[in-house]
Design a protein around this ligand. Structure first.
Ligand SMILES: *Cc1c(COP(=O)(O)O)cnc(C)c1O
Ligand SMILES: [Zn+2]
Length: 388
């Protein structure tokens, strides 16, 4: 594919050829796809407009022009003005990007649709992933759509609703004792053994995370520009990092002048990246405490890959954003509040992005006139235990 220049290591800068690899061969750093933007921006892209959702932006995805998309109609989710939030927090403008209405009810459909399309491009025989739940659900559905077998490694505490969905879509599930980080290690060994494509949604798969950029393109189009702040719940943080990359591409294309300030939100009980931000550190350390939280979808202690947290932290600093930790009580409060005030039922991991506004306000990050887009990443029906 001419438009792809290579896979660049974010740590040492070495550029690798476009292949099915997951880390830098020199320093094991994570990889970032680099494009020949000049050719992309001068090319006539009108022929992509007929495709829906994320595929309208195919020219900025690692997909050849003639590859058939593995799609279930992901993306093109609503950006909703929230007067209730504006009143609650005395802010001029707050909008909700509701990712809960994607085909498998979370934003993970964006990266997984791209990943399964790339899997077909590479001609792999199967796919593997570690997951806190939503990646597994999306991987299972898109693997079914692609006609590929799918094996998923999840930590034992994963919500039952998510496990049922994975099973329904025909994936093979392995429950792992321990945290997401333990599942991450086992899935990596498994993918290697079989030569299957590893879709794990840390920064491991450089192709999958490109799908997250489409969130930026949609916010730009629907908002009609760039909001001051974008609030995103983060595990390792690829959604935040890729969303920012999407805005940088819009800047390179000459469409926007400024960039948004990125806010990464974690549950206070599992907050390695936010802790590093609060201590003004340059690097994230693994979370050494218990990681029990109602926000299971973002509970990633980064046990053997703290550098993934560092990649997200670096983006937060670059964008002049911030890291925010929220308590489980506040998450549960705003989950119910959002459902009752705005009719949006978010899962606990996603309600963190509402609870964060209160903390940002308290800590003095917000001016009243600031515009805010907050991202509801997944649907409440997928995680009912905390509500029961
Ligand atoms: C995966 C996930 C996140 C975090 O996204 P990352 O890109 O992995 O940091 C946030 N919310 C929900 C509901 C998720 O499933
Ligand atoms: Zn490197």
């Amino acid at each position: 594919m001419k438009k792809l220049k290579g896979l660049k290591c974010v740590s040492c800068g070495h550029v690798h050829a476009i292949e099915m690899i997951y880390e830098c061969e020199h320093c094991r750093g994570s990889l970032d796809i680099i494009y020949d933007y000049e050719s992309i921006f001068t090319e006539n892209v009108s022929d992509h407009i007929s495709e829906g959702g994320i595929w309208r932006h195919r020219s900025l995805l690692p997909i050849a022009a003639n590859t058939e998309a593995v799609s279930l109609g992901e993306g093109n989710t609503p950006l909703l003005r929230s007067t209730a939030l504006e009143v609650e927090f005395d802010q001029a403008e707050i909008l909700i990007k509701n990712e809960a209405v994607n085909p498998t009810l979370s934003f993970k459909d964006r990266p997984l649709a791209v990943a399964l399309t790339v899997a077909k491009q590479f001609g792999v025989e199967g796919v593997v992933t570690a997951s806190t739940g939503n990646t597994g659900v999306a991987a299972a559905a898109y693997a079914a759509r692609a006609g590929l077998p799918c094996r998923i490694y999840v930590p034992k505490g994963t919500p039952k609703e998510k496990l049922i969905m994975m099973e329904m879509y025909g994936a093979k599930i392995e429950l792992i004792e321990g945290t997401f980080s333990d599942a991450y290690l086992v899935s990596g060994q498994e993918a290697k053994k079989n030569g299957w494509f590893n879709l794990t949604s840390t920064f491991l798969n450089p192709y999958a995370i490109e799908g997250d950029k489409t969130l930026a393109y949609e916010i730009y189009e629907q908002y009609g520009g760039v909001p001051d702040w974008i609030i995103i719940p983060i595990g390792a943080g690829p959604l935040l990092v890729s969303c920012y990359k999407g805005f940088r591409e819009l800047q390179l294309a000459g469409k926007v002048a400024k960039l948004p300030r990125m806010v990464g939100v974690q549950a206070a009980n599992c907050a390695p990246t936010v802790q590093a931000f609060e201590k003004k550190l340059k690097e994230v350390e693994p979370w050494g405490y218990s990681n029990q939280t109602v926000a299971s979808g973002i509970a990633d202690p980064l046990t053997t890959y703290p550098q993934d947290g560092t990649r997200t932290l670096t983006t937060i600093y670059q964008s002049e954003g911030c890291g925010i930790a929220v308590s489980d009580e506040s998450i549960m409060h705003y989950q119910k509040w959002l459902a009752q005030k705005e009719g949006i039922f978010a899962e606990p991991s996603s309600a963190t992005a509402i609870a964060a506004i209160e903390v940002m306000k308290e800590k003095g990050f917000l001016q009243n006139g600031d515009s805010i887009v907050t991202v509801v990443t997944g649907h409440g029906l997928k995680d009912l235990k905390s509500i029961r």
